[in-house]
Design a protein around this ligand. Structure first.
Ligand code: 5GP
Length: 190
């Protein structure tokens, strides 16, 4: 998706630890026109698959998943970061290592909103080591739902998450793949 790539090259900032900051248009301030284009592009790429739910993880996935869900006319469901223990057993739970914050989060989805009748498209902003998406996949599997595919705006190609998911047979769509950072500059794949 050229407009996303161009935006990353124009406004993306490389931070310590190979963290790519896209706060001016995706992760803090949001360009809603770009968000809508992203929603349309994911729709174009997955429209031939039966999808009845978009699943993401709070917080930065939500706005992107909203744009996608709007195109598919299906609900958006987001995994919540939770501090409480699930005594009632009414939630699916996954442990997710945060790449940017270097901590572990327990994320939960209510069993009320995900079950074996669901055909799920997972959406997130970034794919790095794959912890976030793998956590969401484990929740989809626990629910007995069908994973139709996963879509990310930016895949960091030098980290193993993307290849690992493809190796597992997940239909993965990355709208922009950034291959490396050279002298502080981002190099994206053609
Ligand atoms: P993963 O779980 O694949 O290792 O990392 C993906 C998650 O970490 C995403 O949900 C995203 O919020 C965050 N993340 C990973 N790498 C970056 C990055 O370079 N920049 C930003 N802004 N977020 C990242």
């Amino acid at each position: 998706m050229n407009c996303l790539e161009e935006r990353i090259l124009k406004d993306g900032v490389v931070k310590e630890g190979n963290v790519l900051k896209v706060d001016s248009f995706l992760n803090h301030q949001m360009d809603v026109e770009l968000m809508n284009e992203i929603g349309k592009e994911f729709y174009r790429r997955f429209q031939h698959k039966p999808i009845n739910k978009i699943l993401t993880i709070e917080a930065s996935g939500i706005a992107i998943a909203y744009a996608v869900a709007q195109q598919f006319h299906v609900p958006l469901l987001f995994a919540k970061k939770s501090k409480s223990i699930n005594i009632a057993g009414d939630t699916y739970v996954a442990e997710v290592e945060s790449f940017t914050h270097k901590n572990r989060n327990t994320v939960v989805v209510s069993k009320q909103f995900l079950n074996e009748n669901d055909r799920v498209l997972i959406i997130d902003d970034f794919l790095a080591n794959g912890a976030a998406i793998n956590g969401l996949i484990s929740i989809v599997e626990e629910a007995g739902a069908v994973l139709v595919g996963a879509g990310v705006c930016i895949e960091k190609g030098w980290q193993p998450g993307g290849d690992h998911l493809r190796g597992k047979g997940v239909k993965l769509v990355s709208l922009a793949v950034c291959d490396r950072i050279e002298n502080g500059k981002i190099i994206c794949r053609d």
